[in-house]
Design a protein around this ligand. Sequence first.
Ligand SMILES: [Zn+2]
Length: 301
Amino acid sequence: MSEVGIWESDKKVRPNRVQAHAGVRCKFVRHPDNRDMSSLHFTPASSPLHWSILNDELDRWHAAGLTASFWWRDDDAVKNGPRLEKLFALSEQFDFPLCLAVIPANLHGSLKQPVKLSSRVCILQHGYAHIDHSTAKEKGACELGLHRGLKTILDELKYGRKRLSQVFGDHFMPVVVPPWNRISDQLPPHLSQVGYKGLSVFGEEATRHANAVFTVANCHCDPVSWKRGGVFVSTGAALDQLVDRLVVIRRNATSEVPPTGYVTHHAVMDHAAWDFTEMLFGTLRKHPAAEFLTAAEVFSL
Ligand SMILES: [Zn+2]
């Protein structure tokens, strides 16, 4: 079993496939390594054609009497500042609930007040200290691998949860967002046992870990190209991540429409990624077939 099973499992499934299972919220797969400039839609960046592709797909949802649900996660929050203020302003402007994944060990007191003043912002737990403890055998950085021992990991997480809960009160939701979207495949059942209600990584939901009291809800669109140093992926590539998923879900419509997660990284995003985010939120907000969910709705809290 892979030490980072949830993440690694993405590689074993062909991209752009949805596997329908009873009671499963989502099974869309698109490994982030496939996120590059290879858009299927060869139009210039920011062309209205790109956005018509999203609008046209949402029109199809509307015509079918369906509503596409979206949620928004932002990672690596530790303190207030201009970039955080920009996130909060976007949340306010478009009335889009913001799920802020905060690193407990690095939390700065300046984050408390703006969160407390907002009714649209909730706090998720971004691991403990965002430190890479991966071994040489593992691919990629990982804080929540189990080689340090289950007790050590859970003690850190519980300490972090206590701190976030003390600082943010009711704004805190007991949901773990693993740093680098990586977590040992053996850990989620233990998260549930110590009181966590949910888990969120990127890509395919590992629904084997979900149950009546523990929700797995991931993000599926990331406007940042990590392979190219954190620049914007391109309008076409970002919209492909969303539209491809919407198409597959619509065609495999079940009684429960899974939410589509959009993840931002305020600390590294360039102007193009911010512009895309604003355009995306505006487009979704205007469309009658799109709705924005709160963390409480996404994670059934
Ligand atoms: Zn992170």
